[in-house]
Design a protein around this ligand. Structure first.
Ligand code: A3P
Length: 288
């Protein structure tokens, strides 16, 4: 199965969409100078990236709503590897927050020597695949996903942007960043957002009061984000993101895979993923 050379570019073995990435933007990321107080949220696509773009500014600035109501998410907490970073980098408030889909092995040298903290957000790969399937339908800059069954093959073979989920996961789970990295799951955030926010706030040394935790949770809820034009991608022209085909903020739940996978697909998916994770010292936070 091949991927569209017209829509994607290859960078050190990684597949990325040309619309949002260029060779220059990927090189800009390599030369990016991390500062010790930078905070980076890393995700495999469709694991909760824009959720972190809402959460981080609120946690870092004590619940001030101004950034999330006045700056589009992609400029407020930009992607390290995307084209817009060079344009907005000088405008970022300190401490800076960024997101990235890079696997650990593509992190720039300055990240490794800095003390910048990382929050790695994991999501059940079955739900990632479902979310990604709909995203490929609505995003004009991604290949048509074909049928759900065909897309499953592409996903399992890593013929999708940012490659195989298992490779991404392995790279960050084995990164040995000690107390610079915190692992959190989408499911944990979906089940009890205030508890997840307390963990994030403690990790970042922000120590938000309970009142602020509740306020941040309210503004980072699925409903609030759906209603926030600075976070729901409604500012992006339809030719790039067509919310009539599927909204970006689609369902926002854990376990939607149960509405999509046949028992044969479940067996196929589970066997490929388990095989690729065989022998790894970390365990998954969900059963496959
Ligand atoms: P679904 O398609 O399953 O709804 P990313 O930002 O990494 O592309 O991930 C997008 C997924 O995160 C989508 O999943 C989206 O709905 C979900 N998401 C974003 N904000 C959320 C929130 N506040 N609560 C729950 N899910 C959220």
């Amino acid at each position: 199965m091949s991927i569209s050379e017209e829509m994607y570019l290859h960078y050190h073995g990684l597949i990325v969409p040309k619309e949002t990435h260029s060779y220059e933007s990927l090189e800009f990321a390599q030369g990016f100078k991390f500062e010790d107080d930078d905070v980076l949220a890393v995700t495999y696509p469709k694991s909760g990236t824009i959720w972190m773009q809402e959460i981080l500014p609120l946690v870092l600035n004590g619940g001030d709503l101004t950034p999330i109501h006045t700056i589009p998410n992609w400029e407020r907490v930009p992607w390290l590897e995307e084209k817009q970073l060079a344009r907005v980098v000088d405008k970022l408030a300190s401490p800076r927050a960024l997101v990235s889909h890079f696997p650990y092995n593509l992190m720039p040298p300055s990240f490794c020597t800095s003390k910048a903290k990382v929050i790695y957000v994991m999501r059940n790969p079955k739900d990632i695949m479902v979310s990604s399937y709909y995203f490929h339908q609505m995003a004009g800059f991604l290949e048509d996903p074909g049928t759900f069954d065909e897309f499953m093959d592409k996903f399992l073979e890593g013929k999708v942007m940012f490659g195989k989920w298992t490779d991404h996961m392995k790279s960050w789970r084995n990164s040995e960043l000690g107390d610079r990295i915190m692992y959190i799951t989408y499911e944990e955030m979906a089940q009890d957002l205030p508890a997840a926010l307390r963990r994030i706030s403690d990790f970042l040394g922000c120590n938000l009061t309970e009142e602020l935790i509740q306020k941040v949770a309210e503004h980072c809820s699925f409903k609030s984000m759906q209603n926030n034009n600075m976070s729901n991608f409604s500012l992006i022209p339809k030719v790039y993101l067509d919310h009539d085909k599927s909204p970006f903020l689609r369902k926002g739940i854990a376990g939607d895979w149960k509405n999509h996978f046949s028992s044969e697909q479940l067996t196929r998916f589970t066997s490929v993923i388990s095989k690729e994770l065989e022998g790894e010292s970390f365990s998954l936070p969900w059963s496959l």
